[in-house]
Design a protein around this ligand. Structure first.
Ligand SMILES: [Zn+2]
Length: 167
């Protein structure tokens, strides 16, 4: 089952869809991203075959079919690293998310000092994702279920971060 992500808070209908496929044999579908005219630029993060969308889809919706670590890495590459300067090292998801959360806490840790409540919410959402990754690493959740929870939390944090950026 794909991980469903929401890259924008835009409510416009999607006008184009990008499908990224594996370079290996079989060319398995890796992700499918839908964007509107105004958010076409977002698709630059997502190489693939671009086609016109039939009416019905919503801008910013993404179905991500890749493996856990690849999805985490794409969150890091597209928004966590640009926002917090924290990268993923040695596949240690818990450490990367905790470092990103700490960075956000230091920058926007209190609603009183935050540049805006939305950045405070991004910090809180990243903290939640970090805690889930730590629980998974500690064996408090079964692997598949724990990974599903981490990715769901990251999807929520990604949407709040996109909203904070005005997407
Ligand atoms: Zn849009």
């Amino acid at each position: 089952m794909p991980v469903l992500r929401q890259l924008t808070a835009c409510s416009a209908p999607a006008t184009q869809v990008v499908e990224g496929r594996s370079r290996e044999k079989g060319r398995a579908l890796q992700y499918r991203v839908e964007v509107c005219v105004r958010h076409r630029w977002l698709a630059q993060h997502w190489p693939g075959r671009c086609t016109k969308r039939e009416p019905g889809g919503r801008c910013g919706t993404m179905a991500d079919h890749r493996a856990y670590l690849q999805v985490v890495q794409s969150h890091v590459d597209t928004w966590i690293l640009p926002l917090t300067a924290q990268d993923l090292h040695d596949d240690n998801v818990a450490a990367a998310l905790r470092a990103a959360h700490q960075w956000m806490e230091d920058a926007y840790g209190s609603p009183a000092t935050a540049r805006g409540d939305l950045w405070y919410a991004v910090a809180a959402a990243l903290g939640h994702a970090a805690w889930l990754a730590e629980a998974l690493a500690a064996g408090l959740t079964a692997r598949e279920e724990g990974e599903r929870q981490v990715l769901a939390a990251l999807s929520a944090a990604e949407l709040i971060a996109g909203t904070a950026c005005g997407r």
